[in-house]
Design a protein around this ligand. Sequence first.
Ligand SMILES: Cc1ncc(COP(=O)(O)O)c(C=O)c1O
Length: 436
Amino acid sequence: MDEFHYRRGILHCEGVPAAEVAKKAGTPCYVYSRATFEQHYRRLAEAFAPACPLLCFSVKCCSNLSILRLLVSMGSGMDVVSGGELLRARRAGCDPSKIVYAGVGKSDAEIKLALQEGIGLFNVESEMEFENLARIAKELGVSTRAALRVNPDVDPKTHRYTTTGKRESKFGVDLERAEAFFARYGADPLVSLRGIHLHIGSPVYTTDPYLESVVKALALIDRLAIGGIAIDTLDLGGGFGADYESDQSPVAAEYATAILPLLVPRVQPSQPAGRTPLKVVLEPGRAIAANAGILLTRVEYVKQSGDRTFAICDAGMHSLLRPSHYGAFHFVWPVAPGEALVPTRRARELVMPGLVRTEVVGPLCETGDFIAEDRLLPSVTRGDLLAVYTAGAYGMTMASRYNSHPLPAEVLVDGSTISIIRRRESYADLIAHEEV
Ligand SMILES: Cc1ncc(COP(=O)(O)O)c(C=O)c1O
């Protein structure tokens, strides 16, 4: 699953004790394992190799430049959703032709920047956006490529906030409108509209929603071909799961085994008459990053309220929003529980002697400020370090400065080397933009 293991009762990231990272970087801090990033990227790339996909890492899930550089060095492209993410992808050295750009609200300035950078593909989400893109391309006198994001109306069976491919979602256009869309815009002289983009939601823990949406997308591609529109790109988006609990998610090979039989025949250079070979794009985020990171936090105080025990930590919803925003589960365990209390799995309830029902909460003035509710944990005390697992995706990128807490540090561990890849913000950083 990842390179966060207990050795003699002490949590290590690769070869480094977690406490050593906390000593160097302070808490709260995000700790990433380079080896885990590499393994997860490689597993996806190998599993889907028969479809020769372009893997575009979803920058929104973990956008630190050092992480992006690592993935670029492995051949990854980037999936971006803003001018800021585009800047990060380019700063990390990503070839612009390997950048795909989605998002329902691209501003004129962002579109202009992306056109000037020469990105590979705009994933267009509405008629108005296409017209705006075509207008700006004409003004600049540049050409580009686009895919239409369609909603296959498939239920990914995930949280409603991250369900994105249903008919009523704000993303893309309904499948039924797609043919009219291509009829209207398919001959634009500067924006070559030759792709279909899907992103049904995330995390998607079964393969069926992918199959259903790919079947619908291929049927659309065939209908468009009959009408003389040759689609050459199919971008399946992201959403492959991660192990928030042990063995929760299908592994890369399981997703690939299910989806590839539909894709492989369509990517072959020679196709039956009337069909165009497809270039496949994938936009994985959490499947690569989530298990590659933990959040380290220190217990400031322990207190009783009624019959509940609270471990009040220096990380909260401002450091990791997912539990309070989506009710997401993150396994939490002390960094030094001792050999008798090393967790055997990452699960909601572990049966071990002496565990205490604990609310793991943050320092903010919100009752919704929690990391884990009603958890059986080894007894903790002031000064203990806790690890919040599977925090490498949508952790730091969703962190805020709420209650004026500076943003955490980020650390990359490579074997026995600790590198601070984002320094902890200072109070000076916190107010820098207001000193006007
Ligand atoms: C368009 C698009 N692609 C890819 C992703 C990445 O999803 P995940 O990190 O679950 O793989 C997202 C996530 O929101 C997305 O909106």
